[in-house]
Unconditional design. Structure first.
Length: 158
C-alpha cells in the first residue's frame, strides 16, 4: 500500500510539473506570436497573441484552431499576402513548440526528453491526437513506478 501511495504522490508531482511546462510553452508561444504579429503589422498584436497563446494551452487543438481559419479567411478574401504571413507565423511557432516541448516537459516532469518524446509518439500512434496528453501522463506514471521499484530493490539489497 505504501508503494501505491508513493507512486500516486510522485505522479501528482509530475502532473504539476506537466502543467508548469505547458505554461512555459504557452509563454514561448505568446512571445513568438508577439514578434511575428508585430513584424507583419497585425493590429492589436499583443492582445491577439495573448488570446491565441491561451488557446494554445488546450492539448491537441492549440493555436491552429484560430490561426488556420484566420489565414484561410484572409486568403479567400483575396488578402493573400497577410494569409501567407499568418500561415508562416503559425508554422514557425508550431515547429519551435514541437522542438521545445519534449525538452521543457521532460525537464519539468523529471523524464529525459527522448523518453518523453518516445512515449508521447507511441501514445499518439495508439490514441491519435489525444495521445499527446496521454503520453505525458504515461511518462509520469512510468517514471513514478520505476523510481518506487528501484527504491524498493535498493532497500532489499541492503
Amino acid at each position: 500500500m505504501d508503494d501505491l501511495k508513493e507512486i500516486l504522490d510522485k505522479s501528482i508531482k509530475g502532473i504539476k510539473g506537466y502543467f508548469k511546462a505547458e505554461l512555459k510553452l504557452a509563454t514561448l508561444t505568446f512571445v513568438l506570436l508577439c514578434i511575428g504579429f508585430y513584424i507583419i503589422g497585425i493590429d492589436y498584436w499583443g492582445i491577439k497573441a495573448l488570446g491565441i497563446a491561451i488557446v494554445d494551452i488546450i492539448p491537441i487543438v492549440g493555436s491552429g484552431i484560430i490561426m488556420i481559419p484566420w489565414a484561410l479567411i484572409h486568403f479567400l478574401m483575396g488578402n493573400t499576402t497577410i494569409a501567407w504571413q499568418i500561415g508562416l507565423v503559425y508554422i514557425v511557432i508550431t515547429v519551435i513548440r514541437q522542438i521545445a516541448e519534449p525538452f521543457v516537459t521532460g525537464r519539468e516532469i523529471g523524464v529525459r526528453p527522448l523518453y518523453t518524446f518516445i512515449v508521447t509518439a507511441v501514445c499518439m500512434l495508439i490514441f491519435g491526437p489525444l495521445g499527446a496528453l496521454v503520453g505525458a501522463a504515461a511518462a509520469i506514471v512510468i517514471k513514478a513506478v520505476y523510481e518506487v521499484k528501484m527504491i524498493r530493490e535498493s532497500d532489499l539489497n541492503e
